[in-house]
Design a protein around this ligand. Structure first.
Ligand code: NAP
Length: 257
């Protein structure tokens, strides 16, 4: 078994991005992105802070716009329209999940598809479905990068995605399909999950259920990509959707949480 670690890859990726940012600046374009953060969700705050740190490392200007939890859908849309119209803003991202009081779909649809950093606007999702995606959701893209890093040949392989969210599961299934994998999807209404997971050559899990995938649910020699990020109720420790220690003994390649 080999643990697939991304640290080295991320170093190269950052160098590449830094060079591309520099090229843009030499052409007079100063990349500038805005993240909208609503309310006090601790995980969202942490993600937004991390993005700011990385933007800084890459030489990208980053603005975090914090909005109170009682902001209205109309106020958010007005803010997004202003950012869409601002030619000095190149990317806009709304931290999810949004408070239940907001109409998430209307907010997503108000984004300029060209500035939709997370690739969640219906137009970008549509392009993805047609195999012509150019602004892609970040997490599925990261999962694909890991598979590439691990030199996993997907052609003809059975790839199973557990989880069907618009932001992770569905786009990931589409990206796997584009690489000629035979793709299956499971979700919370799938009975006997283990009967499906055991068939998978490549098992990608994004369901937000701590350690749901046990060793006896995994085919020997499978590649396992664990996208889940959960916090253990008892210890508060970060856990994946995969029971890493046991599954690692069976997998040929696996990602740590
Ligand atoms: P989500 O919107 O809550 O979707 C979860 C999906 O998992 C749903 O499709 C759900 O099925 C399915 N599911 C839930 N319980 C299941 C079960 N027992 N068996 C099979 N399927 C089950 O979550 P998400 O945004 O896609 O995120 C998924 C996980 O990835 C979370 O842990 C999240 O924190 C993590 N994540 C990580 C990153 C990263 O950068 N590493 C980024 C984004 C998300 P139904 O559709 O039937 O409800």
């Amino acid at each position: 078994m080999k643990v697939l670690r991304s640290k080295e890859y991320v170093v190269h990726l950052k160098e590449d991005l830094k060079a591309r940012v520099l090229q843009l600046k030499q052409r007079g374009v100063y990349p500038n992105v805005v993240v909208l953060l609503v309310g006090e969700d601790a995980a969202s705050k942490a993600y937004a802070k991390m993005k700011g740190k990385i933007a800084d490392q890459l030489g990208i200007s980053y603005q975090l716009e914090e909005m109170p939890a009682n902001v209205t859908t109309e106020e958010m849309i007005a803010k997004i329209h202003a950012l869409n119209a601002d030619e000095n803003v190149h990317g806009v991202m709304v931290e999810m999940p949004l408070p239940k009081s907001l109409n998430e779909e209307e907010i997503i649809q108000s984004l300029d598809p060209q500035k939709d950093m997370d690739g969640i606007h219906p137009m970008n999702m549509g392009y993805l479905l047609k195999g012509q995606g150019h602004i892609l959701p970040n997490t599925p893209l990261a999962a694909m990068a890991l598979l590439e890093l691990g030199k996993v040949d997907l052609e003809g392989k059975i790839a199973l995605v557990v989880g069907r969210s618009n932001i992770v599961g569905k786009p990931l299934a589409q990206l796997l399909l584009e690489k000629n994998a035979t793709v299956m999807m499971c979700h919370s209404r799938t009975p006997h999950l283990e009967e499906w997971t055991r068939q998978a050559d490549v098992l990608c899990v994004a369901c937000g259920q701590s350690r749901l995938i046990k060793a006896d649910m995994v085919k020997k020699g499978a590649v396992v990509i664990d996208i889940g990020t959960n916090y253990d109720d008892e210890t508060g420790k970060l856990t994946g959707d995969v029971d890493f220690e046991k599954v690692a003994e069976k997998a040929s390649l696996i990602t740590p949480v």
